[in-house]
Ligand binder design. Structure first.
Ligand code: FES
Length: 106
């Protein structure tokens, strides 16, 4: 099991334990009933899985694709350094302990 530390929109911090089973960060957060809409189901077309990833974890993430950047940078609360679409981040052992904040609703 690996861990994701998620701060909800209300500011509650939850530690999620999850197996590394091919799911994305978005899928794990959604499956734990945190308020992430993920309307498109992970196809990189809605931006409702927007999260802010803690600075210390940036280097471990896969780089944003052009498609992800275009979409996430068009959101109201975009932050150049920390904004990511959580459906575009596969959860791996290396990311165990990652800290993310669910972005405000658009
Ligand atoms: S779930 Fe739609 S862009 Fe991530």
């Amino acid at each position: 099991m690996a861990k994701i530390v998620v701060t909800s929109r209300q500011g509650d911090v939850r530690e999620l334990e999850a197996p590394v089973d091919g799911r994305s960060l978005m899928e794990i957060i959604r499956d734990n009933d945190l308020e992430i809409e993920a309307i498109c189901g992970g196809c990189c077309s809605c931006a409702t899985c927007h999260v802010f990833v803690d600075r210390e974890w940036q280097d471990k993430l896969p780089a944003r694709t052009e498609e992800e950047y275009e979409l996430v940078s068009s959101t109201e609360h975009f932050d150049e350094e920390s904004s990511r679409l959580s459906c575009q981040i596969p959860f791996t052992e290396e990311l165990s302990g990652i800290k993310v904040i669910v972005a405000p609703e658009e």
